[in-house]
Design a protein around this ligand. Structure first.
Ligand SMILES: [Cu+2]
Length: 299
């Protein structure tokens, strides 16, 4: 029940943004007339006008403000701020899954996935170490500003110079191999109703039953839609009466807002290392015609 509610919250909040923007415009008058000496650099006027192309207002007017939208290719710290409805960098957050902010970075062809937990400076500037290749990148900051009282998925895009070499999206498959592990996905991603996705982890043919906690669970799942890179909130299936087992099965619940093909990234921790298994998953009913309804070729 939680995921539809959260999606509904996001959708409702989007409506609220426009209503709030109208209200703010009426109350404050000319935007930028007297924002005050907050210390925002002159060269960064977007702080007062959260509607530039790279910023997507979400929630109650919060924006993800990247300081350098055209970084060079390579590994470097990407700096950004979460700006509140008042344009002031947010410094107080409410933890979710053990972190104040989860940053996901992925190139527009859904390669190069990175999930990091950046460091927050006293001035509200986050610094995230990212490895970027030429092309367009989507950043998603999954965070709960203390004053917002709801989980937000704030997005921004980066353009990395160089020759973009797009990779085709791997076809739908229920099995992924990563770092010597085999991860099998069962379940479907459905629209309009919550469904469960179960990931089963094994290595060398043996189920892995000693997964290590990562971000307060035995797995962390991120889903991004092919094409528009829409970010899907996913949460672990939690049963208050039964503590989750440390593998081999890790369960999540998700609802897709509409049909499409998603790339699912499962982070799990084993051997003191975080591994990421990736799957291409069409929403139920939009699957390729040659995909079998079930895959019972066991044994
Ligand atoms: Cu995270």
């Amino acid at each position: 029940m939680q995921t539809p509610a959260r999606l509904a919250v996001v959708a409702g909040a989007l409506g609220a943004v426009f209503a709030a923007a109208v209200g703010v415009g009426a109350a404050v008058g000319p935007i930028g007339a007297a924002v005050g000496p907050i210390g925002a650099p002159e060269a960064h006027p977007s702080a007062a006008a959260p509607t530039t192309a790279h910023q997507t207002p979400v929630g109650t007017g919060y924006v993800l403000d990247v300081l350098e939208e055209r970084p060079a290719a390579g590994t470097a710290a990407v700096e950004f701020r979460v700006l509140g409805p008042d344009g002031v960098p947010v410094t107080e957050y409410t933890e979710d899954h053990g972190e104040d902010l989860h940053l996901v970075a992925v190139r527009s062809d859904l390669t190069g996935y990175q999930h990091v937990h950046p460091d927050l400076g006293d001035d509200g500037t986050w610094r995230a170490p990212l490895t970027l290749t030429p092309g367009s990148w989507r950043l998603v900051a999954d965070t709960t500003p203390a004053a917002a009282d709801e989980d937000l998925a704030l997005t921004a895009d980066l353009q990395v110079a160089g020759t973009y070499d797009p990779q085709p999206l791997p076809g739908p498959a229920p099995v992924a191999e990563v770092d010597g592990y085999t991860v099998v996905l069962t379940g479907e991603l459905t629209t309009g109703a919550e469904s469960e996705l179960t990931f089963s982890v094994s290595r060398d043919g043996h189920p892995v039953t000693d997964l290590q906690p990562y971000l307060g669970a035995y797995g962390h799942l991120v889903a991004l839609r092919d094409g528009d890179l829409h970010y899907l909130h996913v949460h672990p299936v939690e049963d208050d009466a039964v503590a989750p087992a440390p593998g081999p099965h890790v369960e999540f619940a998700a609802t897709a807002p509409s049909t499409g093909t998603y790339r699912l990234f499962l982070d799990f921790r084993h051997g003191d290392t975080v591994h990421t298994a990736a799957f291409t998953v069409p929403t139920a009913g939009s699957a390729a015609p040659d995909e079998p309804a079930g895959h019972g070729h066991g044994g």
